[in-house]
Design a protein around this ligand. Structure first.
Ligand code: ZN
Length: 226
């Protein structure tokens, strides 16, 4: 009987410790279990990579990611400017890169690819955020998840060669109420705003928040409470 209890204690002990694992561990476990049939060495490698991305590499990774996201949003703003201020016909309003590479605008797979990269980027960099910044970054993740679903619907129609709702071109759900140019400018802005608020709280955390951070992003630690 004593030995049985000892065995039970030994087998249950690691499980009891699991909830205390960091967010990075949880995300890593998710990545490992879905992306790989996790031999331990692979799981450890992913753990250290995602762990570094949310620790020592968080600052550089966020800088690179925010540059890409801002450049993409700027393209949507330029396109809106071309249509509403310069009065260019819609098919000629292709932002900046689209003027040189028109296929960028017309390739549904690129739009979908970008939405997916953005979703994965926000999700991968989430564990590095703590306190208020985490709440706002999470809000951006939820919104981007829906934005990505809309692009998946568009992409699905492009592949299937059939459109939803009897529309002449691939059409997403909210596009039934808001035209595509305005809708995707709106989506990108609505994701961008909580990201900026999250970045603000991440760069200027309160003292309690700063103690939970494993990265070097903080520019100034405030005295306030979280
Ligand atoms: Zn950071």
């Amino acid at each position: 009987m004593r030995s049985l209890r000892a065995i039970l204690r030994r087998t249950s002990a690691p499980r009891l410790r699991e909830p205390a694992a960091s967010n990075a561990n949880q995300v890593t476990a998710g990545v490992a279990s879905t992306a790989f049939r996790s031999p331990q060495s692979q799981s450890l490698r992913v753990h250290s990579f995602v762990g570094k991305l949310n620790g020592p590499w968080h600052k550089r990774a966020l800088q690179a990611f925010m540059i890409i996201v801002t450049a993409h949003l700027a393209e949507h703003l330029v396109q809106a400017y071309q249509v509403y201020v310069l009065k260019w016909p819609m098919h000629q309003a292709r932002g900046v890169l689209g003027q040189v590479f028109p296929w960028l605008i017309h390739s549904e797979v690129l739009h979908y690819g970008y939405a997916l990269i953005m979703l994965v980027g926000i999700w991968t960099l989430l564990p590095g955020f703590v306190g208020r910044s985490r709440t706002w970054w999470l809000a951006a993740l939820v919104i981007q998840f829906w934005h990505h679903i809309e692009h998946a619907l568009l992409q699905g129609q492009a592949i299937a060669g059939r459109t939803l709702f009897g529309a002449p071109v691939p059409t997403s759900i909210v596009q039934l109420w808001i035209p595509r140019l305005e809708l995707h400018l709106l989506y990108n802005s609505v994701v961008f705003v909580p990201m900026i608020v999250a970045m603000y709280y991440h760069l200027f955390p309160s003292a309690p928040e700063a103690t939970g951070m494993r990265c070097s992003c903080a520019l100034h630690v405030g005295p306030g409470t979280a």
